[in-house]
Design a binder for this molecule. Structure first.
Ligand SMILES: [Zn+2]
Ligand SMILES: [Zn+2]
Length: 448
């Protein structure tokens, strides 16, 4: 199991050969609509790890597995094939041919289910390709059964019943691995070769036993179910048995395909689950945010700063992005950029109706740039008002002082200097208060 370098509890889905690290979906960059993913740190194209570390184990999704064939086309196929072979069963020759053809169609389709599932497609494939090539598979299987039977007879003759029984059990245990090999390679004898069987068994490990158990359970339940429902009606019972076993066949092949999907890394290939939902594309801001989070963890603050600037150039109206950049600048103590940013940021916050936050922003900025004074007169007046209400008169004076030099809004100036006048009086600075009063009188005269 491999985890994301930046999220230690998140399974990895991508690999960067350049940085030699694994990351999750969040910690990547994608192009606008492209399938490619890029490394946040170095920009190299990432290799997909498919669902190797994110696939749910097969024994935890049995109810989904059994629901797999429950679609109208697949159930129609299963029932029609069972009915045809059931009805024609007692007709000589025709019955045998019909049975063979329907078995061929179902086998072909089941192998297709296996391959599609292994590739990450969790819904049944189209029926169209089920109708060709099935007979060839059936003959290959029959050939293999004849070979195994011949081997069994030979073994019984030369080695005795005990060893033959043991070999027979091994053959039964090999069936799931054989089917997987055959679906992936299309070669009968190679698929049955012990090294190839062992490769699958060792990749799956102990859960291979669960697989065998499930297969035995399903095959033994076919006859039992049918017996319980239809004991006596031979013909109806046969069709029902056929429906159940065909249903199970699709389920089993889907299950085997899922085993390949789940153990994809050990089997040497990568596939990603296709959910059928439209892919979720992240907005440019979301992508930037993901990259910023990686760069912060990498300690690349220069890179973070550049990316914030670039993203804010295009998405300056994104309030939380502004908030995040401000936090970043104060946290990193970047005086130069903070001085430039804080001014516009405070005006923007006031414009957005967030005046309650101005004081905190002002203080936070001053902790990095002690002589900072906002240039926006409205921001300064709003702050001064806030400070006045708390009785912090030196702050009021600091903010209002000098405002008349470059502000042309007379009404605002009158309000601001009235505040300053009160502050000076409260601090008992009589001389300054009277000079302030003179300025006020002049402003009021101008206003009339
Ligand atoms: Zn990289
Ligand atoms: Zn991550």
């Amino acid at each position: 199991m491999k985890y994301c370098k930046y999220h230690p509890t998140e399974a990895a889905t991508w690999h960067c050969t350049h940085c030699d690290c694994q990351v999750c979906d969040t910690c990547t960059q994608e192009s606008e609509r492209g399938e490619d993913r890029y490394c946040c740190k170095c920009g190299a194209t990432l290799e997909s790890l498919g669902s190797a570390y994110t696939a749910e184990p097969f024994w935890e999704r049995l109810s989904e597995t059994f629901r797999y064939p429950l679609t109208v086309p697949v159930m129609t196929l299963i029932i029609v094939l069972s009915a045809i072979s059931g009805v024609l069963f007692f007709v000589p020759i025709v019955g045998a041919v019909a049975g063979l053809i329907s078995a061929g169609i179902l086998t072909k389709y089941s192998f297709q289910c296996l391959e599609e599932t292994a590739a990450g497609n969790m819904s049944p494939p189209d029926l169209s390709e089920a109708f060709s090539g099935g007979i060839v598979i059936i003959f290959k299987m029959i050939g293999l059964i004849i070979l195994i039977t011949a081997g069994g007879i030979g073994s019984y003759h030369y080695l005795g019943a005990g060893i033959t029984g043991l070999l027979g059990a091994l053959v039964v245990l090999s069936i799931p691995a054989f089917l997987i090999n055959f679906a992936l390679t299309d070669r009968v004898l190679a698929s049955f070769a012990p090294p190839n069987i062992l490769r699958i068994v060792s990749a799956v490990g102990l859960p291979y036993g669960i697989l065998i158990g499930l297969l035995l359970l399903m095959s033994s339940s076919v006859g039992l179910l049918s017996y319980m429902v239809f004991s006596g009606f031979e013909w109806a019972s046969m069709i029902l048995q056929s429906v159940i076993s065909n249903f199970y066949m699709v389920v089993i092949f889907h299950l085997l395909g899922y085993v390949v999907f789940q153990y994809q890394e050990k089997l040497g290939f990568y596939a990603r689950a296709q959910t059928g939902d439209a892919p979720i594309y992240r907005s440019e801001v979301e992508r930037s945010r993901a990259k910023i989070s990686v760069l912060i963890k990498e300690g690349d603050y220069e890179g973070v700063n550049r990316l914030y600037k670039k993203t804010l150039d295009r998405h300056g109206q994104d309030l939380s992005l502004n908030d995040e950049y401000f936090e970043f600048l104060t946290a990193t103590g970047n005086k130069e950029d903070l001085l430039e940013f804080a001014d516009d940021y405070m005006a923007y916050k006031l414009h957005k109706g967030h005046q309650a936050q101005l004081k905190r922003i002002y203080n936070q900025t001053r902790s990095v740039v002690p002589d900072f004074k906002p240039t926006s007169h409205e921001v300064r007046f709003t702050l001064a008002q806030d400070y006045a209400s708390f009785g912090d008169y030196p702050a009021v004076i600091r903010l209002v002082n000098g405002m008349h030099q470059d502000c042309s809004d007379n009404q605002l100036l009158i309000k601001a200097y009235s505040l300053m006048h009160e502050a000076l009086q409260a601090l008992e600075k009589e001389e300054m208060a009277s000079r302030c009063k003179k300025l006020l009188n002049r402003l009021e005269a101008q206003a009339v």
